[in-house]
Ligand binder design. Sequence first.
Ligand code: PLP
Length: 418
Amino acid sequence: MNDFVYRNGVLFCEDLRVSDIASKVGTPFYLYSKNTFTSHFHAVDQAFGELQHLVCYSLKANSNVAIVKLMANEGAGADVVSGGELFRALKGGVDPQKIVFAGLGKTAEEIEYGLNEGILMFNVESSQELMLINEVAQKLGKQAPIALRVNPDIDVRTHPYIATGLKKSKFGIPLKEAMAEYEVAQKLPGLNPIGVHQHIGSQIMESSPFESSLRKVGNLAKSLKVLGMDIRYINIGGGFGIQYTDEEASQPDQFAAALVPLLRESGCTIIMEVGRMIAGNAGILVTRVLFNKKNEEKKFVVVDAAMNDLLRPSLYQAEHHIGPVVYKDGTPEEKVDVVGPICESGDFLAQDRALPEVQSGDLLAVFTAGAYGFSMASNYNSRKRVPEILVSGKKAYVIRRRETYEDLVRGEAIPQDL
Ligand SMILES: *Cc1c(COP(=O)(O)O)cnc(C)c1O
């Protein structure tokens, strides 16, 4: 379900023509639908409605403060993985008691920040991190609420870069060591173990990996309670898959139908960390065709957006559907690579893709770019990062302006004796 639809061959975002917005803000730019964001959040929230639960929006998918505020207004918590994301979550008005802090390399400074803000809990990824959190909490005269992120050794069929629940993965604590680590944590005065956490990967299309993994994690929670620990939360992580091209992804109510029965008996509050499923189809990247070009083997469409704006095709061989912003009648299709201006062969948005023939100046929409789009953007090749526009009905808001050349050198300094 999303609010980017063609009416008579013209692409709309909610009630606005995408081409009209392009005329106002120039290209390239990210365009988000407020209604898609909120309806995706509510679809997840309602699917698990039967359980005591908390949906934490994963900031790394799209961390613009306006988006964070939008999610907070709807009642979402936040899943953060750095001090910077914690700052954004607080700035966006997320209740600290709804913030969970993950990540396997937390610094003492980040831990102190989280403790001082009174976040709901830290998701801990190693025994050394456990020691550090204990130390920092004691120094502040506090007790840190924690969950251990356990690695359930689950093989999720997804891109290797986004599978996180395998034995060889850098994430989490092996399930068979978890019990001992909890017993250590229980004895340390600066720690209060209140939950169990897993996150097994991303772009997971069906519920079965969650089912196998939650059986293991549910058993762990049960054993910990038997030992007298006050385990009140099971955090099932994120990773719910979405449709990018023609793959079929389970819907929130299908995930819930499979998982709720497994979780009901735990008596725990269930936390979900959801990024892609909320943000992915709530955004597109709009780009303009600069040139058509042909070499002996291939045809290329050179556009003004590049891998620094949308990294997923280069990084994960991800496929994003691309379509014209305005369809022209009777245009034949041809097979092309859609490439950006960056000096890297890996700089492409699509390869060997059938697309209606385009001319210089035409607009293209790269769909499903709301998650891991702008949040992964960089200034590589000294390119200005693009604006982000949020549409609500007939209104469009610039929620991040286009960078300037001056922005590019902000913070840099030339030593006086140079
Ligand atoms: C990235 C991440 C998520 C969100 O993943 P999605 O696939 O976007 O839902 C959730 N939890 C943790 C710990 C993460 O690292």
